[in-house]
Design a protein around this ligand. Structure first.
Ligand code: ACO
Length: 325
């Protein structure tokens, strides 16, 4: 049976780096508060020419280069994003144009921080039906454009960036062994962002929090740890594996304290959890593919290794996937 195998990874971060010291000059905060509460030291912030689709295209091109595949060979492009520079067309269509991937169909997924994982799961389903497909799965965000820079509760947490992978069918033991996705829309208010104000005269004036990320941090923290741990247990059970069999966990990077709690819950040493939140902050759908690309290029993922991906984000949406590298 064929399953989706990752044959190339890539990532792209904007050039400008915003440090905690820079933020001290913008809002009433301190490096000490941000570091101890979140683990974040710096984040990358997009400038002109670094729109979401541009970052996504560079990451995708790097994944294609690693795989030795041309844009014209790509059959499908799926982008997880909540912050494309355009509401229409999709970010995926803009990437298709940028890459000249003329034979690909393209669309976005809105599953917030779980967008990349939802896309990877979908790509796996396509590939199980049509194994020779080549699919670009991307997570790309420009959260600096959706951040209230006067709100110290949120503006210290987020960053911009993109990560991508190219998948195709594998008849060997490699590829996505199992995945499990979840959602609970009843909890949407704990982490949300309104759309642009309505132009419909009947709907104008309805209460809106504005097109910024709003969050009840403590509740999100609590749900995130439990949900990711449960999702991991579910995919391990599907394959009759134990956490000790895993070579590396690449989780959504929101906060070092969430990652430490997750490690405690799973009883895995922190060294088995890939962490880069200190450099990039929370880049939502982009955190996992950026981390996966870094781990891959650093040689921390070798053929045959078992990789566990897990995510949690607005919706709430969450899930996990088990990948034989
Ligand atoms: N600098 C200084 N003080 C701050 C800052 C800041 N940047 N932000 C908040 N504070 C203050 C608050 O105003 C509050 O002050 P008060 O007691 O006088 O009212 C105090 O710090 C404590 O605030 P809490 O919200 O209780 O702080 P907490 O310890 O919960 O930490 C944090 C906040 C870091 C957001 C935490 O709740 C958390 O990690 N939540 C997880 C959510 C997360 O990471 N979300 C990312 C997006 S979701 C996702 O990707 C899964």
């Amino acid at each position: 049976m064929s399953r989706a195998m990752i044959i190339g990874t890539g990532s792209c971060l904007p050039e400008r780096i915003l440090t905690n010291e820079d933020l001290e000059k913008m809002v009433d905060t301190s490096d000490e508060w941000i570091t101890t509460r979140t683990g974040i030291k710096t984040r990358h912030i997009a400038g002109a020419g670094e729109e979401t689709s541009k970052l996504a295209s560079v990451a995708a091109r790097r994944a294609l280069d690693m795989a030795g595949v041309t844009p014209a060979e790509v059959d499908m492009i799926v982008v997880g994003t909540i912050s494309c520079e355009k509401a229409m067309p999709s970010c995926a269509c803009l990437v298709q144009k940028e890459l000249e991937a003329v034979n690909a169909f393209a669309f976005d997924i809105n599953a917030a921080c779980s967008g990349f994982l939802y896309g990877l799961d979908l790509a796996d389903k396509y590939i199980r039906a049509t194994p020779d497909m080549k699919i670009l799965v991307i997570g790309a965000e420009n959260l600096s454009s959706r951040t209230n820079w006067q709100d110290r509760n949120t503006c210290v947490l987020f960053g911009d960036g993109a990560g991508a992978c190219l998948v195709t069918g594998s008849d060997q033991e490699r590829g996505i062994l199992a995945s499990k996705l979840y959602a609970d829309g009843r909890l949407w208010e704990l982490l949300h962002m309104d759309s642009a104000p309505s132009l419909n005269p009947d709907l104008c004036g309805q209460p809106s929090d504005g097109p910024f990320i709003k969050m009840v941090g403590k509740d999100v923290f609590r749900y995130a740890v439990r949900a990711m741990a449960d999702a991991i247990t579910a995919v391990l059970e599907k394959e009759d594996l134990a956490i000790e069999d895993i070579s590396l966990v690449v989780p959504h990077q929101a906060n070092i304290r969430i990652l430490k709690s997750l490690a405690d819950h799973l009883r895995v040493p922190l060294e088995k959890i890939y962490i880069n939140v200190h450099k990039y902050g929370n880049t939502s759908a982009a955190t996992v593919p950026i981390a996966m690309d870094e781990a891959n290029r650093e040689g921390r993922l070798q053929q045959g290794d078992l990789l566990l991906i897990c995510t949690f984000g607005g919706g709430f949406t969450w899930g996990a996937a088990l990948v034989r590298w």
